[in-house]
Design a protein around this ligand. Structure first.
Ligand SMILES: Nc1nc2c(ncn2[C@@H]2O[C@H](COP(=O)(O)OP(=O)(O)OP(=O)(O)O)[C@@H](O)[C@H]2O)c(=O)[nH]1
Ligand SMILES: [Mg+2]
Length: 323
């Protein structure tokens, strides 16, 4: 495959080239990895940056519906929108991916939109790297907004928040009891909480839920990355397309403030350091996963279990053989 022409086509914003490049970064084949690295290196100088928006929410809260409505609103304003999904677990079946395609039917037909369903599950480190590289490709292809969706299952929120400039938490209207159900750590990551389904019979409950979360957010420790009034909670209806423009206004206000204060750049720099650290750890673990290392570990295991070596000394010997 000629990565040269592929990079040209990506820079021109060709969606098929972008899709092919993402397939390349998702591949585990060594020759594909090498091509992907070349390609990313060629595109690194494009200087293009998108607003990266992470979006999390429990199954059925309306993530797909929201992305479709919100994405349509953005493309309606002339913006180019890419949608990526992070799914580190096997929780999502193939059926849901098909479901997403039908749910995002309008957006998937939109010229200025690019939708990439989540690749099949793998370990979190692999997913994070592939998503990071896919984001870089979307930015080089000139997308203005990259939406990164994840289903709220715990660890994947951390990955997504470490990949995004803004983190949205989508919640459903609920009684007061369920407020406790959102883990504090996830609340602390949110820049904006959107209580979806604020329509029809659910509208009053959604308004109440929103007020509850607004109260809960005020109780959290103030974060340096927030101006007055953030993080905030708002109601939206993805189906009736209410509140989407207000939500977008708030996202832009927050982004502008963070850019003006230098927090935006500092956040990206901190994320780069975080991923560097993660990559080093993963690479070190991968070295334990070779036949030689496994055989050596097996041998040392016996020594340790028979009391001939202490665990610490055996570990030291093993690490020495890794070089
Ligand atoms: N009333 C109402 N229903 C909504 C709204 N948004 C989504 N729904 C409904 O909620 C259900 C789930 O919506 P999805 O968009 O598939 O939710 P999701 O979060 O993507 O779900 P998963 O992909 O399974 O995690 C569907 O029946 C939607 O029609 C809304 O704003 N109002
Ligand atoms: Mg969905």
């Amino acid at each position: 495959m000629q990565t040269d022409s592929l990079s040209d086509r990506i820079l021109k914003g060709e969606r098929r080239a972008l899709a092919r490049a993402i397939t390349l970064v998702e591949s585990n084949r060594a020759d594909h990895r090498a091509q992907a690295s070349d390609l990313l290196a060629q595109l690194a100088g494009s200087g293009r940056q998108a607003l990266r928006i992470g979006l999390s929410g429990t199954p059925g809260v309306g993530k797909s519906t929201f992305i479709e409505s919100f994405g349509m609103m953005l493309t309606g304003q002339g913006l180019r929108v890419a949608v990526l999904a992070v799914d580190p677990s096997s929780a999502r079946s193939g059926g849901s991916i098909l479901g997403d395609k039908t749910r995002m039917e309008r957006l998937s037909r939109e010229q200025n939109a690019f939708i990439r369903p989540s690749p099949s599950q793998s370990h979190l480190g692999g997913v994070a790297r592939r998503t990071r590289e896919a984001i870089a490709l979307c930015e080089a292809a000139g997308y203005d907004v990259v939406l990164i969706e994840t289903v709220g299952v715990g660890q994947s929120e951390t990955v997504v928040s470490e990949l995004s400039d803004l983190f949205l938490l989508l919640l459903a209207p609920a009684g007061g009891d369920e407020l406790q159900g959102v883990k504090r750590g996830i609340m602390e990551m949110a820049d904006i909480i959107l209580v979806n389904k604020a329509d029809g019979d659910l509208k009053a409950t959604a308004t109440r839920t929103c007020a509850d979360y607004a109260g809960a957010l005020r109780l959290l420790r103030k974060r340096p990355q927030d101006p007055e009034g953030f993080p905030k909670a708002m109601t939206v209806s993805a189906v009736e397309e209410h509140g989407l423009e207000q939500a977008w206004d708030e996202m832009q206000t927050l982004t502008q403030w963070r850019r003006d204060t230098g927090i935006w750049e500092a956040n990206r720099a901190a994320q780069a350091r975080y991923w560097f650290d993660q990559e080093v750890r993963h690479a070190l673990l991968a070295r334990l996963d070779t036949p030689q290392a496994r055989a050596e570990m097996e041998r040392l295991n016996d020594e340790v279990s028979q009391g001939r070596l202490s665990p610490a000394v055996a570990a030291g010997q093993l690490l020495d053989t890794l070089g």
